[in-house]
Each structure stands twice: as structure tokens, then as C-alpha cells.
Design a protein around this ligand. Structure first.
Ligand code: SF4
Length: 313
């Protein structure tokens, strides 16, 4: 973990200094992560259910606590596929670093087995995945569609020419795989995980594995935050960091350039997110769910585990 950093006035110009993040029940500063801020942006009520209502250590007054805690554990097809993909990639690269090769057949067979098991699809369980719990009409079609995407992503990861540049660094023992990286300042703490990173000449190359996605649909904050954390924790100047998103199923790579300006913007976006988290934190801890407005967007609600308790209409 990075040393405690003292932010200077130069870091926060324009008469703007961040408010110190509030503390959670464990007495630690509220921590920024990309997934947490995405939830906050997506739906405030879902953010409450996830971080307070369904959390046994806080919001003790929440009357639906038990039910929320069960719903919070439901997965979905995208989440399950993403977790399995990252897990198998970690194993594959880890074995290559030891001079061993895992066959593509084995990876595909593992992916299929684990995907169906995690969703509860293999043994018709209703308490595992949102799609089954809420009885989606076209269940089989949806599950198989994402499963095929997962299998294609793994095949491309192992075989596609598109990812050759990254593959050259898989076997290097110094390459980083799923490296936790974080920053703690006097005002806030934040962190993430680098899927894959290596040094190529004097550059730090960071690769984020994606099941799908495209260049057009991207929010680059996640990648930029990795560059920010790496510039601080791994001590690399931004101009010497390369960022790539490897879209495995679509067989494409998106690459991004960064500089001091992007790092400064990222830092400020993190601080703005933390200020939003700060503002709602006391309501969350007291279990005042009404302070968290449901987004009510059918596209978002459809894959939300909390739809049976949410007063979204
Ligand atoms: S059902 Fe919709 S509005 Fe309610 S918490 Fe979930 S995403 Fe938010």
C-alpha cells in the first residue's frame, strides 16, 4: 500500500480542497472504487441496499435487513461470466509464469461448468441468479448467449492474434496479475485491481480484460483511475504509462494516452464522488432508505437483485 500522502494546495487549485471522507463502522475512511461509484451513479437506492440496507454491520434499523442480505448475494449472467473469465485468466497466466501451459480445452470446460454452477442453472436452483430468481421469460436463451460469449472470449484470449503483444509478457515472472493497488491520502482512500501489467522498455503497460464492450461505449474513468493509482503507488510518471482495454469476445483492443491533465481530472472525479458518498453516508448508517431515490429506469431495474423490495413506481 502507498505511503500516506500529503496533498498539497497545488494538487487542488481553484480554491478547491476536498472534504475529508467520513468513516465507516470499522473506523476507516470511506473508500472509493470504480464499482462503488458506478453503483452510486446508476441508482441511489441500489447503492443504499448494497452498502447499508443489506449490510449486517450497519443500518441496524433497516426492517428488511435479512431479505436484503439474501438478495444482495444474487449474481447475474454478466457478473458470473466476468468473474469466471478473470479467474481463469489469472490461473492461465500464473501457470505460464511457472513454465506450464493450461490447455484451451480445459479452460473452456471449466468455464462452462463454473458458469452454469454459479448461476444455479446446472441444478435448477432459484436462489443464485437474478434471471432464475425472477423467472425471466427467455431464460435459456439469455444464459446460453452469455455462455457463448464467455467461451469465445476465452478462445480469443488464448488464440487470437489481436492479443499477441500482451501474450509475450504472460510468462515473465515480474508481470503483475490482479495486483491490488490503492492510495491513501489525508482526505480519502481509493483503490482498484490491475488485471495485468508489465514493463515494456521504460513503460508501464496496464491491460484491463473485458468480456465484451467496444471503443465507442466506454467510460474511461476506471482505466484512468488505474493510471492514477499506478503513478502514485508504482511511481511511474503518467507519460510513461500505457492503458489498454482488451475486449476479448469482440476481439478488439482500445488504447488510451494519458498525461498529467488526465491524472488531475481523475483525482478530482474521485473526490467529487467521495463527496456524494459523504453526503448520504449518515442516512445510510441510520437505515433511512427514503433518502435514496430509486432510479426507476427499467433498463437498470431489470438486472437489479432488489426489485422485489424496491418501491420504484
Ligand atoms: S429496482 Fe431499480 S430503482 Fe429499485 S433499487 Fe433496483 S435499480 Fe434502483
Amino acid at each position: 500500500m502507498a505511503e500516506q500522502l500529503q496533498l498539497s494546495l497545488f494538487d487542488f487549485q481553484d480554491d478547491y480542497l476536498p472534504t475529508k471522507a467520513k468513516k465507516n463502522n470499522a473506523g476507516k475512511l470511506l473508500k472509493w472504487s470504480y464499482s462503488k461509484r458506478s453503483l452510486l451513479e446508476q441508482c441511489l437506492r441500489k447503492y443504499y441496499y448494497n452498502h447499508y440496507g443489506g449490510n449486517k454491520r450497519t443500518a441496524k434499523e433497516e426492517p428488511l435487513k435479512e431479505q436484503l442480505a439474501v438478495l444482495k448475494n444474487l449474481t447475474n449472467r454478466y457478473l458470473a461470466a466476468g468473474i469466471i473469465l478473470h479467474d481463469l485468466i489469472r490461473k492461465y497466466i500464473g501457470q505460464m509464469q511457472k513454465g506450464k501451459i493450461i490447455s484451451l480445452d480445459y479452460l473452456l470446460q471449466q468455464a462452462k461448468y463454473r458458469y452454469r454452477q454459479q448461476l444455479g442453472y446446472a441444478y435448477s436452483r432459484k436462489d443464485k441468479a437474478i434471471e432464475i430468481y425472477y423467472g425471466f421469460d427467455n431464460l435459456d436463451e439469455l444464459i446460453i448467449e452469455t455462455e457463448n460469449k464467455l467461451l469465445l472470449a476465452i478462445t480469443n484470449f488464448v488464440e487470437s492474434f489481436t492479443f499477441n503483444t500482451f501474450r509475450r509478457f504472460f510468462s515473465k515472472p515480474e508481470s503483475l496479475v490482479e495486483k491490488n493497488i490503492s492510495i491513501k491520502t489525508n482526505f480519502f482512500s481509493s483503490g482498484g485491481k490491475l488485471d495485468f501489467a508489465y514493463i515494456d522498455n521504460d513503460k508501464l503497460v496496464i491491460v484491463d480484460w473485458k468480456l465484451g464492450g467496444s471503443v465507442e461505449s466506454q467510460d474511461t474513468l476506471q482505466l484512468m483511475s488505474y493510471a492514477y493509482f499506478a503513478s502514485e503507488e508504482l511511481n511511474h510518471i503518467p507519460a510513461k504509462i500505457e492503458l489498454h482495454q482488451a475486449h476479448l469476445a469482440p476481439d478488439r483492443v482500445s488504447s488510451f494516452e494519458i498525461g498529467e491533465h488526465e491524472i488531475f481530472r481523475t483525482k478530482n472525479r474521485i473526490i467529487q464522488d467521495l463527496e456524494k458518498m459523504n453526503r448520504v453516508h449518515d442516512y445510510g448508517q441510520k437505515g433511512i432508505s427514503q433518502a435514496f431515490t430509486p432510479c426507476g429506469q427499467s433498463r437498470v431495474c431489470q438486472l437489479c437483485p432488489f426489485q422485489e423490495v424496491c418501491p420504484k413506481e
